[in-house]
Design a protein around this ligand. Structure first.
Ligand code: C2E
Ligand code: MN
Ligand code: MN
Length: 403
């Protein structure tokens, strides 16, 4: 099957142009033998390449290109399938856009095109090409520094030990994970993550419970989360707890229970944020809305968790505007390499900014993910890169420092 990959990248400083032409010639030998065609554009700073050919061959060549040290900040823009090649000529020359008159440069590029319809039909690949040639859409080209330009310095002072005695042998306990503003070196919030009596992860633990116990257990476990938070000390930060949305609907007096337990630990509702996922909500949205009215009226804030992982994220936002949304790790992972993920995150940020909803990026594991998201305007993060969940306590936090 004929497949296409388009990427763009930045040239690293001090690569002589002569070298690039040699490179193109060398690359062509490989391309020819694996029947890959396409076009490579260069505008003085950025490369834009369209590769087309048999799927496995295109993938193999692309992963080799990704390893090339002469360019960086590679972003995959398109991966698609097509009935015919757009650039079917053997040999992939380096097309330097600067050597052409801006008025006619697009024509000059399209003159290389071998597909008979050219721009007549809306072909995404050719639209990408046109956007690059016309140098539109520059605001997404973040120059993120190499991962090695930051070190992550573990701050043992942030480490906290809770109270293990809070945990009776048959009871659940909580692991805490910081949500941080890394450039401010500040813990914004601690998230309480449930662990079963044998340390089971939440999903495994909840799976084992019969349905009639599920919601009550979910609610009552929060007594332990609040008590532990008091031990850990949460001055100047908030405590995030997770609840199944139906816990608020199915358990009578659930909101009052939370408020009583918050007060019992000497905390105030304004310090507490409830995170819920969109799963399950959709079928009983009216009842859920009634419950969150009570939460909000009492001063507790709301976060929409795992945003983008489910199936109703956007339509849910038309009904309920939380105080924060947490962008799911599925969208965050490798964001610095993926055009589609970057476009979606820009859209989420724009939408949340219009609605004054704060944004947290979840599941950050790589420095590049964090740097890309900072460049896009995210300031709050959660993930193993900064700190891992720790049972009955808070682990050290690794703060970024420029080398
Ligand atoms: P969540 O609320 O999205 O919590 C974050 C999960 O991502 C946690 O998994 C955490 O360990 C994990 N995580 C954090 N940073 C990273 C990272 O950098 N990389 C990766 N791969 N994972 C990371 P955990 O503890 O297994 O929790 C899973 C889910 O269980 C939570 O997802 C939450 O939806 C649910 N949950 C946790 N506690 C409770 C609770 O008390 N009640 C209810 N109803 N659900 C809970
Ligand atoms: Mn959560
Ligand atoms: Mn989440």
């Amino acid at each position: 099957m004929l497949s296409t990959i388009i990427y763009r990248s930045h040239i690293v400083p001090d690569v002589p142009l002569k070298f690039l032409h040699e490179l193109a010639i060398k690359a062509n030998k490989i391309n020819e033998s694996s029947s890959i065609t396409g076009i490579l554009l260069f505008n003085g700073t950025h490369f834009f390449q369209l590769l087309e050919g048999p799927e496995q061959a295109v993938k193999a060549v692309y992963s080799r290109i990704c390893q090339d040290p002469r360019h960086h900040n590679l972003v995959e823009l398109l991966r698609d399938y097509a009935p015919a090649r757009r650039f079917g000529h053997v040999g992939m020359e380096l097309f330097d856009l600067r050597q052409h008159d801006p008025e006619t440069v697009l024509e000059a590029v399209l003159a290389k095109c071998t597909s008979k319809y050219q721009m007549t039909y809306a072909d995404r690949a050719l639209q990408f090409l046109r956007t690059f040639v016309e140098a539109r859409e520059k605001e997404n080209y973040f120059e993120i520094p190499a991962a090695s330009s930051w070190t992550f310095v573990r701050d043992e002072a942030e480490q906290r030990e809770g109270e293990t005695r809070l945990m009776a042998a048959d009871q659940v306990s909580f692991a805490f994970q910081p949500i941080v503003d890394p450039l401010a070196c500040e813990i914004v919030s601690l998230e309480a993550l449930l662990r079963g009596p044998q340390g089971e992860l939440p999903l495994d633990y909840f799976d084992r419970l019969p349905r009639e116990q599920l919601y009550l257990t979910d609610l009552q476990s929060k007594r332990i989360a609040f008590a532990q938070a008091r031990q850990l000390g949460i001055e100047g930060m908030t405590l995030s707890i997770n609840l199944l949305p139906m816990t608020l609907v199915e358990v009578p007096g659930a909101v009052q229970y939370l408020l009583d337990e918050i007060a019992a630990q000497g905390l105030v509702p304004e310090q507490v944020m409830v995170e819920f996922t969109e799963n399950e909500i959709i079928s009983r949205l009216d009842e859920f809305e009634a419950a969150i009215k009570q939460l909000k009226a009492a001063g507790i804030s709301l976060a929409l968790d795992d945003f983008g992982a489910g199936f109703a994220g956007l339509s849910l936002l038309t009904r309920i505007q939380p105080d924060k949304i947490k962008i799911d790790r599925k969208i965050i992972a490798d964001v610095h390499k993926s055009g589609p993920k970057q476009a979606i995150i820009h859209a989420i940020l724009k939408c949340c900014s219009s609605l004054e909803i704060a944004v947290i990026a979840e599941g950050i594991e790589q420095p590049e993910e964090w740097m890309w998201l900072e460049a896009a305007g995210v300031t709050q993060f959660q993930g193993f890169l900064f700190s891992t969940p720790r049972l009955n306590g808070v682990a050290a936090v690794a703060w970024p420092e420029l080398r």
